[in-house]
Every structure is written in structure tokens, then in C-alpha cells.
Design a protein around this ligand. Structure first.
Ligand code: FAD
Length: 512
């Protein structure tokens, strides 16, 4: 195993796509589960910590640590697709490796993130990532069948769906695994009412631990707990993915939105016809595309000058079926008085999708000398019905801060990616960023939403978990953490124990 304390290597792993910078004490690169197990024992004996890292594209600071970064890139073996379209992969497998196996079989991993060429499966599990097709296929949690996870005793355990009888057998075990099942099922039973009322009614939420999703009907599934846990309970060494067949044909419709009050009904109408994708981007994003992807901007020129556009893709076994679905949505939208553009050209359809996917990337890849694109308001979700008033209130708050910003998002699920450009050479900027984040989070909570959709709590949002869920739920999260990881060796400060002070101290200053 490679273990490096070399400064340049540590610096390489001190950043992700978040606003933070944290220098680790070392970087380890295990090549086998046995080496990973040695690391766990090392961390326990030496009082240090292990933070797994996959693609390092996290936007919340999830893979940043002062302890040891565990670069999972060597644990990336990809198995064979079985007859149920399931595929075992290593916890450090990149999404592109999965695609290389799945696409020739006309299958794909449905949480199709905009970052899929640079992120990995362990990280997607860590954050419960989702993407442009999640409105139909759900986030990562719905597309993972089973997990093998290394826990704090240095052993790997397999987690997946259990019947009540199977759970009873696990609970009866006298080992570490048995104690976990015993204490988790008791914790859920004793706090059932509290848990039932604590979570927001939105299609996607990765704030805290998913205690509300461990029971699904009569099935108990502890694998779900690790999804969205950001490596704080154990390290995923292998995952069995559920792959999805690709659709035969698709048709896109685009609706320009002049005022935010039109947004909610437009999206709800699109959703009533069951799209594969329902996304949005604003005029700032389009203007960036004109600069950096001029050909795509030209093909998507119906977005020019519009406050924002919402587009939906309808799928079918063949073109006729896809057109029938899209046609139904078009009729309903026109009845509401919306202008609906029917996208005939496949290249134009791809251009709309590309501009949406690149919304954040264009800002990252083309930094401005006096401003930096900061991800700290990019992961909010509120129920679709509140979207118009929520965005109007959000724009009012933003107007006080003299910041340019873009937004785009998986609007079909109700999630919006808002990315402001901030002059980080200004010494007062970090405090302003934190203040703005608090105000926007409070607004999200007031509208019954969540601050963490699929980018994780990380350093940026962990301190706000108590504001979102209340002290009793946060105490439950701490209990879960202590049960799995009593010595706090796995990714400390994320999900449990993160503070605003720590966040403020680690915001990267400057515009570079
Ligand atoms: C340009 C851009 C576009 C993006 N678009 C999207 C999008 O459309 N949808 C979306 O959901 N996200 C998006 N993201 C955010 C990010 O790409 C996703 O959250 C992605 O899933 C992170 O994967 P990663 O491999 O980079 O993980 P990392 O950044 O390495 O890690 C993410 C978290 O998972 C934990 N982790 C990593 N490996 C393991 C493991 N083996 N076991 C347990 N925990 C582990 C880490 O500790 C960390 O907390 C985007 C980011 C960028 C930069």
C-alpha cells in the first residue's frame, strides 16, 4: 500500500469542488480490502481518522480531512453483468468504468450525474447522488442493490434487504454485526414517531442519516443507511448496482418561463405526463454557453433572452410512443397558455442537456480574475408547489448581496443549483458567504424543504443539521455514529460534530 506524507501529494487531496481547503496529514492508497483493514486498525491504534475519497468532485467538502485521506482508486474491480442486470463493482470504481461495461449491453447506471465523467460509485453512494434522469429512476439509493462495507472493527460486512425473520437472526448474533442490528432496530422502534415527523416531504433529501428509509414495508435494509452517509459509518468496498435498460427513443419539449410564478404549474404539468428528464437553466447559464459552447447555444437559441427555460424529455419504446407522451404534455401546457417548443432535432436536444450539465462546470473551467464560483447554495430543494414563491424570496435575499449567480437544476424533483460568483479577495467575503448560507437555509426550512439534496452535508451543511431537524434528531444521528464508529475514525466532522467555526476557518480565500 502506498502511504504518502509528501506535501505536494497532501495538497493535491486538500481540495474538492467545494469552497473549502483542508490539508490532510497523509494520503493512503490501499490496493486490497486487506490493506484497507490494516488502515482501520492503524487509525484505531494511533488515534487518527480515515476519510474515503473517490473522484473528489464533492461540492460540500465531504472528502476533505486533517486526518488520512483514503484514495479508493485502486479498489475498482468491475464484475460481470448478471441476468438481472446487476453488477458488482469496487468502492473506488469510476462511473465511466461502469458505463464501459453497461452501455454495450444498452444498460446504464441511472443516477446519471452531470459529473459522471469525473466522479465514482463510492462517492455517489457517499452523497446519494442523482441526476437528470432521477425524476424517473430515483437517486443512487434506488439503484443500488447491496453493499459490502468495512466497519470500524476492520471487517467487511454485506448489507441488503432483509425480511423480518432474517432480521431476527441478525439481531440474535452475539458479534459486532449482531449488536449493530440489535441497537439499530431498537433505536428505530423507540423513535419511530419522531423519525416519521422529522423529514421534509421532498423527493430527494440527503441531510443527516436516512433513518426514515431503513424500513420499506416489511423489508429492513441497513445498506440504505450508508447511502448518503459520506463515509462516516464505514467505507464501501463493493457495491452491487442495479442497471437500467436504455430507452428506445425520446422527444424533448422546451417551455420558456417569463416569470417565476409560472414555474410550479409548468413543472407539475410536465410531470403529469411522466418525463424521463425535467430540467431547467437560467439566462446567466445560457449567456455562459454562448461564450464557451457557442455551437450548442446556437442550437438551443430559443433560450436566448428568456428568464429561464424548463425542458422535459419523454421516452418510449419507439419514436411514435415518445411523441405521443410529449404531445400530451404539449397540449396540456398550451391550454395553460404556455409557449411550447417541440425539439425535432436530436442535436438540439443534446445541446439543451449539455448546457444544463455544464452550468457549474463552465464557471469552474473559466474562472474570472476577480470572482470565484462558490458552491454553498447549490443543493436546495423545496416541494414543487412552493417553487415560485421560494425562488422569488430567494432572489430578494440575493439582491441584497450584489452577486452575480447562475441557476440550473433537476427542477422535476424540485432541486435547484444556485451558484454565486463572489470576490474571495475581499477579506469580508467568507463571513458574508456564511451569513447568506444561513439565510437561504432558513428560507428553505420555512418552505418545508431540505438544504442537502444530493451533494451531502459535508463541512458546509453539517453545522445546520440541528436547525433543520432539531436537537433530538441530531442526538439520534450522534447515537448512530457512535454505534458504528465509537472511536470516530471515519470522516469526523461530517454529519455529526461539524461546527460553523471550523467551516469558516477552512474556506479557501482568494480568487484562484
Ligand atoms: C461539475 C460538477 C457537476 C456535478 N453534477 C452533479 C449532479 O448532477 N448530481 C449530483 O448528485 N452531484 C453532482 N456533482 C457533485 C459530485 O460529482 C457528486 O456528489 C459525486 O457523486 C461525488 O462523487 P466522487 O466520486 O467525486 O466522490 P468524492 O468527492 O470523492 O466523495 C464524496 C463523498 O463520498 C465519500 N466516499 C467516497 N468514496 C467512498 C466509499 N468508498 N465509501 C464510503 N464513502 C465514500 C467521501 O468521503 C465524500 O464524503 C457535481 C460536481 C461537479 C464538480
Amino acid at each position: 500500500m502506498r502511504l504518502s506524507t509528501d506535501l505536494s501529494q497532501r495538497q493535491r487531496f486538500s481540495r474538492d469542488a467545494s469552497i473549502f481547503e483542508v490539508l490532510p496529514e497523509a494520503v493512503a492508497q490501499p490496493t486490497t480490502p486487506e490493506e484497507l483493514s490494516e488502515l482501520v486498525h492503524f487509525a484505531r491504534e494511533h488515534g487518527t481518522s480515515l476519510t474515503p475519497r473517490n473522484g473528489g468532485t464533492c461540492m460540500s467538502g465531504g472528502p476533505l480531512t486533517e486526518g488520512i485521506v483514503v484514495d479508493m482508486s485502486q479498489l475498482n474491480a468491475v464484475g460481470e453483468v448478471d441476468e438481472h442486470n446487476r453488477l458488482w463493482v469496487g468502492g473506488g470504481t469510476m462511473q465511466t468504468q461502469v458505463e464501459a461495461v453497461a452501455h454495450p449491453k444498452r444498460l446504464f447506471f441511472a443516477p446519471y450525474t452531470s459529473s459522471r465523467d469525473i466522479c465514482g460509485i463510492g462517492g455517489m453512494i457517499g452523497n446519494n447522488a442523482s441526476g437528470e434522469q432521477s425524476v424517473r429512476y430515483g437517486p443512487t439509493s434506488r439503484n443500488v442493490a447491496r453493499l459490502r462495507v468495512m466497519l470500524s472493527d476492520g471487517h467487511t460486512y454485506e448489507f441488503g434487504p432483509l425480511t423480518r425473520e432474517e432480521l431476527a437472526c441478525k439481531v440474535a448474533q452475539s458479534d459486532f454485526e449482531g449488536s449493530i442490528y440489535r441497537r439499530m432496530s431498537t433505536l428505530l422502534e423507540q423513535n419511530a414517531d419522531r423519525i416519521h415527523h422529522a423529514y421534509p416531504h421532498v423527493p430527494k433529501n440527503t441531510a443527516g442519516y436516512a433513518l426514515d428509509e431503513l424500513w420499506e414495508g416489511e423489508v429492513f435494509n441497513l445498506a440504505r443507511l450508508f447511502i448518503g452517509a459520506q463515509g462516516t459509518l464505514g467505507i464501501v468496498t463493493q457495491a452491487q448496482l442495479k442497471l437500467t435498460p436504455m430507452v428506445g427513443a425520446s422527444r424533448m419539449i422546451v417551455v420558456p418561463i417569463a416569470g417565476l410564478s409560472e414555474l410550479a404549474v409548468t413543472v407539475q404539468t410536465m410531470l403529469s405526463c411522466k418525463p424521463q428528464t425535467c430540467e431547467t437553466f437560467d439566462h446567466h447559464t445560457y449567456e455562459l454557453a454562448e461564450q464557451y459552447h457557442p455551437e450548442d447555444a446556437k442550437r438551443a437559441q430559443s433560450a436566448r433572452g428568456k428568464h429561464l427555460v424548463v425542458f422535459a424529455v419523454y421516452a418510449g419504446a419507439d419514436q411514435v410512443q415518445a411523441d405521443v407522451q410529449a404531445g400530451r404534455a404539449k397540449v396540456l401546457l398550451e391550454r395553460l397558455g404556455r409557449e411550447v417548443l417541440w425539439v425535432d432535432d436530436q442535436a438540439a436536444q443534446e445541446s439543451f442537456l449539455l448546457i444544463r450539465r455544464k452550468s457549474f462546470r463552465m464557471l469552474l473551467e473559466h474562472p474570472q480574475p476577480t470572482k470565484r464560483a462558490l458552491a454553498f447554495l447549490e443543493d436546495t430543494i423545496v416541494p414543487i408547489a412552493h417553487y415560485g414563491p421560494y425562488l422569488a424570496a430567494l432572489e430578494e435575499i440575493l439582491a441584497e448581496y450584489d452577486m452575480t449567480y447562475t441557476y440550473a437544476g433537476h427542477i422535476g424533483d424540485g432541486s435547484i443549483r444556485l451558484v454565486p460568483l463572489v470576490d474571495m479577495d475581499d477579506p469580508a467575503a467568507p463571513e458574508r458567504v456564511m451569513e447568506l448560507e444561513r439565510r437561504v437555509n432558513d428560507l428553505v426550512f420555512a418552505f418545508g424543504g431540505s438544504m442537502s439534496v444530493d451533494h451531502g452535508d459535508g463541512i458546509i451543511r453539517t453545522p445546520y443539521l440541528e436547525r433543520m431537524y432539531g436537537a433530538e434528531m441530531v442526538a439520534l444521528f450522534a447515537e448512530v455514529k457512535a454505534l458504528f464508529d465509537p472511536q470516530n475514525i471515519f470522516n469526523p466532522g461530517k454529519k455529526v460534530g461539524g461546527t460553523l467555526d471550523y467551516a469558516l476557518q477552512h474556506i479557501r480565500r482568494g480568487n484562484r
